[in-house]
Structure formats: C-alpha cells, structure tokens
Design a protein around this ligand. Structure first.
Ligand code: HEC
Length: 153
C-alpha cells in the first residue's frame, strides 16, 4: 500500500516537473534564425503600429489608438526574451554587441518603452499637446535605444 502511494506521488511530481520545464524547453528549441527573425518581425510590426497610433491620435480617435498602444506595450515586454546569448550575430541582425555588454541597461530601456506606452494610453485624451505626448512617450524611446544598441542602417 505504502509503496504504491510513493510511486503515485513520484509520478505526480514528475508530471509537475515536466509541465514546468516544457515551456522553457519549447522556447529553447527555437533556432537562432527563428529568434532573430522573430524579434525583427516584432520590431517591424511595432513600427507599423506606431504610425497608426500617430495617425489615429491626430484624428482624435483615442479609443482605437489606446488599444494599439497597449499592444505595443506587450510587444516590448515579450521582446526582452528575444536576445539570448547565442543570437549576437547572423541572419542579418542589426543588434549591436553593446546589448549583451549592457544587458540591464538594454532591458531597462525596453521596460521603460513598454511602461511609457501604458502611460501614453492614460494621458492621450487628457493632454492638449497630443503630438508632444506621442513624441516624448513613444518616438523618443525608439531613438534612445537605437542610437546605442542598433547598427546604423
Ligand atoms: C530597447 C531597445 C529598442 C527600442 C525601445 C526600440 N527598438 Fe527598434 N530595434 C532594436 C534593436 C536591437 C533592433 C535590431 C534587431 C535585430 O536586427 O536583431 C531593432 C530593429 C528595429 C527595426 C528593424 C526590424 C527589421 O525588420 O529588421 C525597426 C523597423 C524598428 N526597430 C523600429 C522601432 C520603432 C519604430 C521603435 C519605437 C516605436 C523601436 N524600434 C523601439 C531596439 C529597440
């Protein structure tokens, strides 16, 4: 009876360990190419979305603009995982080595860009300077990061 109980318990434990490990191993199975192309696709999408945010806000269509701001915020958060050590070069990456030499600073800029999009969604319909808010809370973050962490293109 007792040994049966222990076997069941260790089976359950094993299942939990596997459930815990699975997302990590599934992620690490992405190839270097998939990770680099994946992050480039997210940046490209954010660029398109940023232009729509600008256009919608300029028209005063704040509800639609806010949804897109929050989408960009999430994208920035997910981008933090797209810079593992084995993706420093290849596949046309424009990422500079300075990213991995200053990982905390890079991640902080990404988090700041994400938080600023949330802040932008909160102030956009409250401010009398829509363009100024978009510039300081959205576009300035692109530049701050690219000037140090992305190759000239
Ligand atoms: C915290 C850093 C950071 C922020 C913030 C950031 N970027 Fe980037 N961006 C990068 C890096 C690094 C790359 C290079 C990625 C690669 O090639 O592997 C990049 C690449 C790009 C690319 C090229 C993607 C491709 O297809 O190769 C575009 C477009 C882009 N960013 C637009 C933007 C825009 C627009 C913003 C702001 C709304 C922004 N980025 C904010 C770091 C950042």
């Amino acid at each position: 009876m007792k040994s049966q109980y222990i076997i069941n318990l260790s089976r359950i434990t094993l299942v939990f360990i596997m459930l815990f490990l699975f997302p990590i191993s599934a992620y690490s199975e992405l190839s270097v190419e998939e990770i680099i192309k994946g992050r480039q696709a997210i940046f490209s999408k954010n660029y398109k979305t940023a232009k729509r945010v600008q256009a919608l806000s300029s028209k005063g269509d704040f509800d639609k603009a806010k949804n897109l701001m929050l989408e960009m915020s999430e994208n920035y958060k997910s981008l933090i995982k797209y810079f593992p050590d084995n993706t420093k070069e290849g596949f046309g990456t424009e990422a500079l080595p300075s990213i991995w030499e200053n990982k905390d600073e890079f991640n902080n800029l990404m988090t700041k860009a994400s938080n600023n999009m949330i802040k932008l969604s909160e102030v956009i319909d409250q401010t009398d300077n829509v363009q100024g808010a978009i510039k300081s809370l959205m576009w300035s973050n692109c530049k701050a990061c690219h000037s140090k962490f992305r190759e000239e293109h």
